[in-house]
Design a protein around this ligand. Structure first.
Ligand code: GH3
Ligand code: MG
Length: 431
């Protein structure tokens, strides 16, 4: 729906009030048609549908409620909002009007209230939905009509005739809502589709699902909610109600999505070292126990390497702290690409790094790290020649338990020996 497509019919005998309503409608960009009698109104609405009808209770030929009843018998006006204007507060009269199909009643003397109502309505019409919808409807005429309604509200829509095709698209695209007919051609029914989506363990399984059903019976409704439908509407679909309902589902889902992403980001930030973007010490405390438990379960040896840059303080002293930072960043980038997929690299702190080598014996680790030490010492980091010392510990005796702190302590002791032995070397902790 868009502002330019809002048509308003004003049926009012008072010229002054007609002008007042016309000015208000135009201020929101709505198109207006006006007349002074019920007969004219019925004539005009024969060929034209209206989103909003403002009708005075007292007309020369009709009372507003009787006119309303007559207008409601026109299929094109079934979904119109009919607003009745009175100058009196007669409860009986108001009840009759509501029974006759009037949407709402306003007192002419309290026009400000009606202005607020129209402002809210205009906001709803204006508020374009942003998002992507997956629509499944096996009647192509119904599908085209629904697609047009949804696209008018600003949604991007991918429409399919069968649940099988839709499911394929669903797995590859990030949607904000699924709108599905419950009775579908093809092997997969609407219920089956909903069940399949809800069984997905991932974030995708939480998407809002809006069901369109031909049957509006209590047992059917309960069944829909039991399988995980978020909301439903029975045919025939009123487009305005559909948009209201799906817009709140989409907005809630988008907010939920933003929160999840934010949490993920915060988590990542708390686990990554801001300077080098390597895992930090908190990440090490989270990931190492899991990696060690895996090794024990799979009975595959693992090693831990502690690496410390040699005479790093000199770089800060001679070239400044920024140059020191740059050396750390480039060392981290080098480390990131130096090991196998599945190995883990952490910045322990300062100029000290930890490398977890999976499926690796102590001998293999010693051989590997000797090569890496040589490669590293032959390169310059941020145009600065630098070397590093390495200590290695291993876990291969699966009869015993080991905690990551002990594995680290053993490697750190070995590193201390490497430093004492003149640096730029690799020392292994006793097996
Ligand atoms: P060794 O060979 O014995 O390891 O000597 P070293 O100079 O590398 O070690 P030392 O512990 O004496 O000095 C480490 C220095 O690293 C001291 C500290 O100021 C510096 N440092 C720690 N974190 C950072 C950082 O994030 N950026 C920079 N530029 N310097 C850092
Ligand atoms: Mg050092």
């Amino acid at each position: 729906m868009s502002i330019s497509s809002i048509n308003v019919l004003i049926i009012e005998n008072s010229r002054l009030f007609t002008d007042l309503l016309t000015t208000l409608m135009k201020s929101h960009g709505f198109d207006t048609v006006s007349c002074t009698t019920g007969k004219e109104a019925l004539e005009i609405s024969k060929d034209c549908s209206f989103n909003l009808i403002c009708v005075a209770y007292h007309l020369p030929d009709f009372s507003g409620d009787v006119l309303c009843q007559a207008m409601r018998s026109n299929r094109a006006l079934i979904n119109s909002r009919i607003i009745l204007f009175t100058a009196e507060d007669n409860n009986e009269l108001l009840k009759d009007a509501l029974l006759a199909g009037v949407t709402d009643i306003y007192n002419k003397n309290e026009f400000a209230q009606f202005q607020t109502y129209i402002a809210r309505y205009a906001n709803f019409v204006k508020a374009n939905l942003v998002g992507r919808a997956l629509l499944i409807e096996d009647s192509s005429s119904q599908q085209q009509w629904l697609k047009a309604q949804l696209e008018c509200s600003g949604l991007e829509v991918d429409a399919f005739l069968t649940a099988e095709e839709a499911m394929d698209a669903f797995m590859h695209v990030q949607y904000d809502i699924v709108i599905t007919d419950m009775i579908l051609a093809g092997k997969m029914s609407g219920l089956h589709l909903v069940r399949t989506i809800r069984r997905l363990g991932s974030e995708k399984g939480l998407i809002p699902i809006f069901a369109i059903t031909a049957y509006d019976e209590i047992s059917r409704r309960i069944e829909l909610f039991q399988v995980g439908v978020s909301d439903y509407m029975a045919k025939p679909i009123n487009p305005e109600e559909l948009l209201f309902r799906i817009s709140s589902l989409i907005k809630a889902y988008q907010i939920h999505h933003e929160l999840i992403n934010e949490r993920k980001m915060l988590q990542e930030m708390a686990l990554l070292d801001p300077l080098t973007h390597l895992y930090n010490r908190a990440a090490l405390n989270q990931l190492l126990p899991k990696a060690i438990a895996n090794a024990k379960r799979e009975q595959t040896p693992v090693c831990l390497v502690v690496m410390d840059l040699d005479f790093f303080k000199r770089i800060n002293d001679e070239c400044g702290h920024d140059q020191g930072d740059q050396v750390l960043i480039e060392t981290a980038n080098w480390l990131r690409n130096a090991f196998r997929k599945g190995d883990l690299v952490f910045r322990w702190g300062g100029e000290e790094f930890v490398i977890f080598l999976h499926k690796c014996t102590l001998n293999e680790a010693k051989e590997l790290m000797e090569k890496q030490k040589d490669r590293f010492s032959k390169r310059q980091m941020a145009n600065y020649p630098i070397t590093a010392s390495f200590g290695i510990s291993s876990y291969a005796n699966f009869q015993t338990e080991i905690c990551h702190e002990n594995l680290f302590k053993q490697a750190d002791k070995a590193l201390y020996k490497a430093k004492q032995s003149g640096r730029n070397c690799v020392v292994c902790a006793p097996d």
